[in-house]
Design a protein around this ligand. Structure first.
Ligand code: NAD
Length: 284
């Protein structure tokens, strides 16, 4: 699309990922085919799902019936928290492929490190994911919600450096320490809840910058992420917003606007989601 080309970000394993995608957390299975289809029509070529979201099959269906070739769409999924034991991870990974009705996934992540579960052994889980990449069924593998200490442990004990770390990042929670570790070690940051599920919209600084740039607040915040080099996949069920969130490559924020948004960081108090050091949720 003229003026709105989505950059491909190189990963440390030689693959690339579109910097903008479409997230489907909290998209009901019954709404998922329509939402993903709309996103693909608008031009998104990267979908972020997870076993936990319960809509992998619908994501697969939307891609399969889109008229696009499977190879044109980058699909990420994530291992659910109940399946960290390697044999469970292998079974769960196969269930992802069969739900998607694809013989591979572009990116597969450990959804949460769960350091207080499974004797804190996310390294064994990570080794299972390394196997999926070796046998070609996961083109890339990575982690999500890993803190610096968790990444350091993988660096010390595992063969492969994760291609990405998908973490909470938005103007109220910059998550700078984890981002900086990734930057230094070739781990690409994916910013989840990039607009803090809507909470940063209405902030006077964001309102002001949106007015100055003639863009919507959501576009301004998403553009801030893009200029920081992170990968984003905003979620919306609304066709107009799906399109609005896509139109972020035909304008630029100047340094002052970037700094003003960055300075909204509230540290840990700004978190929208749980702290990965203590999060221990296991599905029923
Ligand atoms: P988000 O920051 O993308 O916000 C989504 C919400 O913001 C929508 O439900 C809607 O209410 C609102 N919204 C979206 N576009 C808007 C617009 N243009 N104008 C006004 N309001 C708008 O939040 P999210 O869905 O939590 O995060 C995005 C994706 O990140 C998820 O869908 C999922 O793929 C991923 N994610 C991953 C994790 C993880 O643990 N790895 C956790 C949360 C989310």
């Amino acid at each position: 699309m003229a003026g709105n080309a989505i950059p491909d970000i190189p990963l440390n394993d030689g693959n690339t990922i579109p910097q903008l995608g479409f997230g489907v957390y909290q998209v009901e299975p019954k709404d998922t085919v329509a939402a993903v289809r709309r996103a693909l029509e608008v031009g998104y070529r990267h979908i972020d799902t997870a076993q936990m979201y319960g809509n992998e099959a619908e994501v697969g269906e939307a891609v399969r019936t889109s008229g696009l070739d499977r190879s044109e769409v980058f699909i990420t999924s994530k291992l659910n928290n109940g399946f960290h034991r390697p044999e469970d991870a292998r079974r769960a990974f196969e269930s992802t492929l069969s739900a998607l009705r694809s013989d591979y996934v572009d990116l597969f992540l450990i959804h949460w490190p769960l350091p207080t579960r499974y004797d804190g052994d996310f390294v064994a889980t990570w080794r299972a994911l390394e196997g999926f990449q070796r046998d070609g069924r996961a083109r890339s593998v990575g982690v999500s919600n890993f803190q610096v200490a968790h990444l350091e442990r993988l660096a010390a004990e595992a063969e492969t450096v994760p291609a990405v770390n998908q973490i909470e990042v938005h103007p109220y929670f910059g998550n700078e320490e984890v981002r900086a570790y990734g930057h230094k070690h070739g781990i690409q940051t994916e910013a989840w809840s990039p607009i803090a599920q809507g909470r940063v919209l209405g902030d006077p600084t964001i309102v002001d910058i949106a007015e100055q740039s003639g863009r919507t607040q959501a576009q301004v915040v998403l553009r801030w992420h893009i200029q920081r080099g992170d990968i984003v996949f905003p979620k919306s069920n609304t066709p107009e917003r799906i399109e609005e969130n896509f139109r972020i490559f035909d304008f630029e924020l100047d340094d002052t606007a970037m700094e003003r948004i960055t300075s909204l960081d509230q540290g840990d108090a700004g978190r929208q989601g749980p702290n990965p050091d203590t999060f221990d949720y296991l599905p029923d």
